[in-house]
Design a protein around this ligand. Structure first.
Ligand SMILES: [Zn+2]
Length: 133
């Protein structure tokens, strides 16, 4: 039986862990803390990786956020279309779509940065840096 801990990349993304060691947290507070959900560590508390790999790196997260939000709007719009029996009316679409967008701001903001780091940075997972906790 293998006792080696192999982190799951999908779970590491969901938990907003560092892309290099997949053990250290990227965010200081919870997404549910409304006055601090944007606070991010400058570097990983475990492997000391600097998260902003170059100046302005996280500007690209706006495009990731745009893609997430657009996809969510399409899904919510389709759900309203299906669940309402095809006659929700103008406000029947606008209210659920904007409400879901507004309520998901902390998650969209955070996951846009996490996905930006995992998908568009040269950082690779290094198994030697796994926390032994
Ligand atoms: Zn790390």
């Amino acid at each position: 039986m293998c006792n080696k801990y192999e982190p799951n990349k999908g779970l590491s993304i969901l938990k907003a862990k560092c892309p290099q060691c997949q053990s250290g947290k990227m965010y200081i507070t919870s997404a549910f803390k409304l006055n601090g959900f944007t606070q991010m560590y400058d570097s990983c508390p475990i492997c000391n990786l600097t998260f902003e790999v170059e100046p302005g790196f996280f500007w690209g997260a706006m495009y990731v956020s745009y893609a997430i939000t657009t996809g969510m709007m399409l899904v919510v719009g389709a759900l309203v279309y299906i669940l309402s029996g095809h006659n929700a009316g103008f406000w029947g679409y606008i209210i659920p779509i904007f409400l879901s967008m507004f309520l998901s701001i902390p998650f969209t903001y955070r996951y846009a940065r996490v996905l930006m780091l995992y998908m568009f940075s040269p950082i690779k997972f290094n198994k030697d840096l796994i926390s032994k906790v």
